[in-house]
Design a protein around this ligand. Structure first.
Ligand code: CP
Length: 304
């Protein structure tokens, strides 16, 4: 599972339907099922994470796998060990699935070509974050019934966002119209070749959309100053209580997290009645259980 770009609509729907069946497990008093018993999942995280790392760890544990959480800071990477050597040494311990997050785009693909274990991309550079795209699509489908014909704005730092790319692939394949909204300096190169429309004004789109997904400004990845000041960015692109007054009453407010409260979204909106931000996190667990399960099933079929 390296990205959503190459998945078909039917494959995406199959993952979302599988996730729906796994949702029940988290509601039981004993929150465990056996499909990954005897399997070993390594969460190989070279960047910080709260949601994705813990969600994959919990998802693997709910499916009865053994779980190793590897973080760069507490590993021999600090002594100069390479990504491939790290993965091969873990593989020598008999692991089955590697969930990798890395700052370099293509890291998951590189690993998948060089180790035998299954590889799941948990975010690579600016490229893709497929399970976030799936859980966002799952959340919208759960509330709205379908994505077909919906208008979805993805707002903010599109240029540095792997979430925007995975969302775009999942949402457009499921029939939604996606609008990237942000300042020209935060739009990706060759945006005209992507299956989206572009707007440089949140005020122009706020009344028209069914879903709005607010992205975090990725200060750690910004090379220069893409906008004059944080205050100005917030004024033009922040989701404020005032702007929400012009939105559709049933608009879904989403954010992949972590949130810069008061910058891209006001707290009253992030915690308000239209927000599904914490539901996204809950749904992520079921989606990651489904991905772990389907990847294991596919690997077993390959061996047979
Ligand atoms: N949405 C997301 O990827 O959050 P984390 O960085 O906390 O995993």
């Amino acid at each position: 599972m390296l990205g959503l770009r190459d998945l078909s609509t039917d494959e995406i729907i199959h993952i979302l339907d599988t996730a729906k069946s796994f949702e029940q497990i988290s509601m039981r008093s004993v929150k465990k099922a056996p499909p990954l018993r005897g399997k070993v999942v390594v969460n190989l995280f070279f960047e910080d994470s709260t949601r994705t790392l813990n969600s994959f760890a919990l998802a693997a544990s709910r499916l009865s796998a053994d779980v190793i959480n590897f973080t760069q800071k507490a590993s021999s990477v600090s002594k100069g060990e390479t990504l491939l050597d790290t993965a091969k040494n873990l593989e020598a311990m008999g692991i089955d699935i590697v969930v990798i997050r890395h700052s370099v785009g293509g890291a998951a693909t590189f690993l998948s070509r060089n180790i035998n274990a299954c590889v799941i991309n948990a975010g690579d550079g600016f490229c893709e974050h497929p399970t976030q795209g799936l859980l966002d699509a799952y959340t919208i489908r759960k509330v709205k019934g379908s994505l077909e014909g919906l208008k979805i704005a993805i707002v903010g730092d599109i240029a540095h966002s792997r979430v925007a790319r995975s969302d775009m692939w999942a949402m457009t394949k499921l029939g939604a119209q996606v609008i990237f909204v942000g300042p020209p300096t935060l739009m990706p190169a060759a945006v005209d070749r992507l299956p989206v429309s572009v707007s440089y004004s949140l005020d122009d789109v706020i009344e028209k959309v069914d879903v709005i997904n607010m992205l975090r400004i990725q200060f750690e990845r910004l090379g220069g100053n893409p906008f004059p000041s944080v205050r100005e960015y917030s004024h033009y692109f922040g989701l404020t209580v005032e702007r929400m007054k012009r939105a559709k009453p049933d608009i879904l407010v989403m954010h992949p997290g972590p949130i810069n409260r008061g910058l891209e979204i006001e707290s009253e909106v992030a915690d308000g009645p239209n927000s599904v931000i914490l539901q996204q996190v809950s749904n992520g667990l079921a989606v990651r259980m489904a991905v772990l399960f389907l990847v294991t099933q596919a690997a077993a079929q390959k061996i047979d």
